[in-house]
Design a protein around this ligand. Structure first.
Ligand code: GLN
Length: 263
């Protein structure tokens, strides 16, 4: 009897060890899993509302961010990680492997296509000229910018547009380049530049947020795409399929309404 009790006790101890051990193992495995989660690293320059900006809580949000989060889910990623980088640093960061995709209202240009691969276009935009609200200076076209100081963000199509006017077409325009469009617009409000050239949808948001107004539109017919590392065809194809699907869905209309809706 006593012997039986002993072996029963032993069996119980063995069972306890197995159960506790298994529990510990599972817990450890659980801690390991997050590192194995599939994360899409997204680079953006959050000074381009409503595509990407910093909200009142300090979070990076916007149309591009919601769009990429949705696309990432569609192609089997567990989550996205947003990496904030100055616009001009985005392509180098992608090339160096710090990020997997650029979502930054980036225009598909021939020059950039030599450095990165773009998805199908997801948005179209022209350029706008911004001035201080109710200013006497109301430039309608680049011709009206002659003799003036114009602010842009470094590395943007607005910067190359103006640089081309100055270097190849003899325009006397002083270009002031900023690391972010928010800084350029702040300097406009403070009277340090005469105008800012920026993508029209973003200019419309700045009109709501700052004491500025659009005085002219330059029809550049730009198309935005997401960018991946050159040769990353697997990711590119997946993103293109998902983007095609998303753009035809109700979710897309909701997204557009959320960031470009009335008001
Ligand atoms: N669409 C412009 C470009 O690609 C500006 C983008 C931006 O400033 N985020 O250069």
């Amino acid at each position: 009897m006593c012997l039986l009790n002993k072996s029963l006790l032993l069996a119980i101890i063995v069972i306890i060890i197995i159960v506790v051990g298994a529990g510990l193992y599972l817990q450890l495995a659980g801690q390991v899993t997050p590192a194995e989660k599939k994360i899409l690293r997204v680079g953006t320059s959050p000074d381009f509302p409503p595509f990407e900006y910093i909200d009142e809580q300090g979070n990076i949000v916007g149309f591009d961010i919601d769009m990429v989060r949705e696309l990432a889910k569609m192609i089997g990623y567990d989550d996205i990680e947003i990496v904030s980088i100055d616009f001009e640093g985005l392509i180098p960061a992608l090339q160096q492997g710090q990020i997997d995709v650029i979502a930054a209202g980036m225009t598909i240009t021939e020059e950039r296509e030599q450095q990165v691969d773009f998805t199908i276009p997801y948005w179209e935009a022209d350029q706008a000229i911004l001035v201080v609200k109710d200013s006497c200076f109301q430039p309608e076209s680049p011709d009206d910018l002659v003799g003036k100081v114009v602010g842009v963000q470094t590395g943007t199509t607005a910067e190359s547009y103006l640089t081309d006017l100055v270097e190849n077409q003899g325009y006397d325009i002083t270009i002031k380049s900023y690391s972010s469009y928010v800084l350029a617009v702040t300097d406009l409000v403070n009277g340090r530049v005469d105008a800012v050239m920026v993508d029209l949808p973003v200019a419309r948001m700045f009109e709501k947020q700052y004491n500025v107004q659009i005085s002219g539109i330059v029809e550049t017919g730009e198309k935005y795409g997401l960018a991946v590392r050159k040769g990353n065809t697997e990711l590119l194809n997946k993103l293109n399929d998902a983007l095609t699907q998303l753009m035809q869905s109700d979710k897309w209309d909701q997204l557009v309404q959320k960031y470009f809706g009335q008001g």
